[in-house]
Design a protein around this ligand. Structure first.
Ligand code: COA
Length: 160
């Protein structure tokens, strides 16, 4: 059984992330979506809320497992026995950061591998910060997130 881990903060999960999940499922039999607590990013949603939103989106996909993690990614993947991590590579601007974390992780664990998927061109510009800002300003979010996530964002910014 081919398994991989897709880690991220997912604050919140966007259609760009969903695109990467769908591409990963063409290659892997099981995908663990590992939601980083990532307190340093001061997330808008709690880790439980982020996990819940992803579970809701993936509820009809039995090959997806969603769970939170805290601490070093290398320790988490070792514990799982799946040292293969998926990341999305949206543009050249992602490259330096992604290379840094992939190589740092490999320095800490020589078996650690990172596999990059390129998202659809429709989502190449998208990130969670933009989505949160648009939500705060009351913009239409349909093209960026699912209706369930849009609803959760509206609850966070009730004035809009
Ligand atoms: N489509 C749309 N947006 C995407 C995307 C895609 N395919 N892929 C990433 N993004 C966005 C995210 O929404 C996020 O946006 P934001 O910064 O505006 O909120 C940004 O790109 C990067 O976020 P994310 O993919 O969540 O990664 P991250 O950099 O927040 O976290 C971890 C990556 C969780 C893998 C990393 O922080 C980690 O490993 N943490 C554990 C601690 C650790 O081991 N640290 C040492 C690392 S060397």
């Amino acid at each position: 059984m081919k398994k991989a881990i897709y880690p991220g903060t997912f604050d919140p999960i966007t259609r760009g992330h969903i695109d990467i999940i769908q591409r990963s499922l063409k290659v892997f039999d099981q995908l663990i979506i590992a939601v980083a607590k990532n307190e340093k990013k001061k997330p808008l949603f709690t880790v439980d809320e982020r996990v819940h939103m992803i579970k809701e989106i993936c509820r009809e996909e039995p090959r997806v497992i969603v769970e939170p993690f805290d601490g070093l990614l290398v320790n988490y993947v070792k514990k799982k026995g799946i040292e293969l991590v998926i990341r999305g590579m949206r543009a050249i601007s992602d490259f330096e950061y992604e290379m840094q974390i992939a190589l740092t992780n490999r320095k800490m664990d020589e078996n650690f591998e990172t596999l990059f998927f390129m998202p659809s061109i429709d989502y190449i510009y998208l990130n969670a910060s933009v989505v949160r800002e648009l939500a705060a300003l009351g913009a239409d979010l349909k093209t960026f997130v699912t209706s369930h996530v849009e609803k959760r964002l509206r609850e966070k910014y009730p004035l809009n």
